[in-house]
Ligand binder design. Structure first.
Ligand SMILES: Nc1ncnc2c1ncn2[C@@H]1O[C@H](COP(=O)(O)OP(=O)(O)OP(=O)(O)O)[C@@H](O)[C@H]1O
Length: 280
């Protein structure tokens, strides 16, 4: 599916992402963790070409996405939907229009300029909002919604893109624990029901452990851990976060109540397996 080969991103003489190589070969929910400045956002932003890579290759199903230009690049950006920490909605527009903006790259420039959407777009947007449990807010302005509701609108907008993969850059960093759980549950549901790759930057270890099939740990731009959440011991976490023996996991906790993934996480063959034996 997606493959990184020796990807580097430098800002001046600083390596934000340093020789990163990994591949995701099946629809997985991948959590990327690491302390602030480790390179998580830069990694994600290179996938959808918001940040240009300095060198290396990113392949999606064999296509070198770093060399895409013009309409091919726009099509790719539609195919990998991005969810941001700050939601990136248009505050004064109503919710349903915000969701339909996910279709923009799929329509003509003229239609895009005037926000002209078809009846089918409206139906699909309402269905996406319904799936996220907020269809009743469709006619409100985005700015009238709580943070958690706005993030669900942003996820509905991502769904409108019918993406190949969903990239979420610290989607719960601005949310309280209850809304964080709703948003993480929604991302997990998209992964499971639609069989999508979801790559999610997370600040907190417990969220990565609870929701992800695979965790990538970054430190100083490099991948220092790549494995199943069960392998993410305190010692490994210490290495990722660069903390000494006084490292306290609670400092990276959001206290989200754990979902019961024991009956949900899939093995590579698609069969359900308990968390303890789930493979990367
Ligand atoms: N546009 C930029 N210009 C210069 N330096 C940048 C830019 N974007 C990121 N960096 C630097 O690259 C490094 C990695 O940043 P990045 O935002 O990817 O880290 P992060 O792990 O996502 O951090 P956080 O969790 O705080 O968002 C940092 O040292 C950062 O200062």
């Amino acid at each position: 599916m997606i493959q990184f080969d020796n990807v580097v991103k430098t800002f001046g003489n600083r390596h934000a992402v340093d020789q990163v190589t990994f591949r995701v070969d099946e629809p997985q929910m991948v959590g990327v963790i690491g302390r602030s400045g480790a390179g998580k956002s830069t990694l994600l932003r290179m996938i959808n070409r918001l940040t240009p890579a300095t060198s290396g290759q990113i392949l999606f199903e064999g296509t070198d996405i770093l060399s895409l230009n013009g309409s091919a690049k726009r099509r790719w950006q539609r195919d990998c939907a991005m969810v941001f920490q700050q939601f990136n909605l248009v505050p004064r527009l109503d919710v349903v229009t915000n969701v339909m903006l996910g279709r923009l790259n799929a329509q003509s420039t003229l239609k895009s300029m005037f926000n002209i959407f078809s009846a089918e777009d409206v139906r699909n947007a309402l269905a996406a909002l319904d799936r996220l449990g907020i269809a009743q807010e469709a006619t409100k302005r985005a700015e009238e919604l709580s943070g958690g509701q706005q993030q669900r609108v942003a996820i509905a907008r991502a769904l409108m893109q019918d993406p190949h993969l969903v990239l979420a850059d610290e989607p719960i960093a601005s949310l309280d624990p209850m809304n964080a759980k709703i948003v993480m549950d929604a991302l997990r549901e998209i992964h499971e029901r639609d069989n999508k790759v979801v790559i999610c930057n997370l600040h907190t270890l417990d969220t990565a452990r609870n929701y992800c099939d695979r965790v990538i740990g970054m430190r100083d731009g490099k991948i220092v851990f790549d494995g199943a959440p069960e392998l993410l011991t305190t010692d490994v976490a210490r290495e990722i976060y660069g903390a000494d023996e006084n490292f306290n996991e609670a400092a990276t906790s959001t206290a989200i109540e754990s979902p019961d993934l024991s009956v949900r996480r899939k093995d590579p063959a698609g069969a359900m397996t308990p968390v303890a034996v789930a493979a990367v």
